[in-house]
Design a binder for this molecule. Structure first.
Ligand code: GDP
Ligand code: MG
Length: 181
């Protein structure tokens, strides 16, 4: 296993280490920071409200990932576009139990975000009673009408870790496919 530093050094020593920069966005309280640290530390951490953004480096399989957890609130639409510039993909996190946020989440996705990038919608908080399923979230957010190039939806829980690794794996595959084109 080794430390993060030694693993980064090991990967950088390769002639072509894979690197990607991705962003985690979504409504306040949907679980972005919890998921960031689930991915980095593989455990549930207690979060405090994110000031503007947090950036962490993590090694995922053979990829060095720079992960930006962006929390700009309702005012941050255009700025979020800026955060997505130069990235390879993003995770859009939704609290599957909080139907009051679905319409804003949909507007943010459809109108305020550069959808040319590959992305995964994370139907988070699947451990809670009343969470809608990933396919129900597709209907609520009307994702089928999206004219984006590459997207998918995955159920997960930042608290139990269920589905989180699989979702990132899927995003990394989509990024690799997009880079080939
Ligand atoms: N039950 C449950 N709670 C979660 C999950 N993910 C995040 N939370 C809780 O939701 C709250 C907001 O999480 P946080 O990561 O700070 O949200 P953010 O504002 O999107 O960064 C915290 O109390 C988390 O413990 C999850 O998958 N299941
Ligand atoms: Mg946060």
């Amino acid at each position: 296993m080794g430390t993060l530093v030694s693993r980064v050094q090991g990967l950088c020593g390769r002639s072509h280490p894979r690197k990607a920069s991705i962003v985690i966005i979504g409504p306040h309280g949907s679980g972005k920071t919890t998921l960031l640290y689930r991915l980095k530390l593989n455990k549930a951490v207690e979060t405090i409200p994110t000031p503007t953004y947090i950036v962490e480096t993590l090694i995922f399989e053979d990829i060095i990932l720079l992960v930006w957890d962006v929390s700009l609130g309702a005012m941050g639409g255009p700025l979020k576009k800026h955060f997505l510039e130069g990235r390879q993909g993003f995770l859009y996190v939704v609290d599957s139990t909080d139907s009051e946020t679905f319409s804003d989440a949909r507007d943010e996705l459809f109108y305020n975000i550069n959808l040319d990038l590959p992305f995964i919608v994370l139907a988070n908080k699947q451990d809670l009673d009343g969470a809608c399923s990933p396919s129900e979230l597709v209907d609520h957010l009307k994702l089928d009408t999206l004219r984006a190039r590459k997207w998918d939806v995955c159920g997960c829980s930042g608290i139990t870790g269920e589905g989180v690794h699989e979702a990132l794996e899927k995003l990394c595959k989509m990024i690799a496919e997009a880079e080939k084109q």
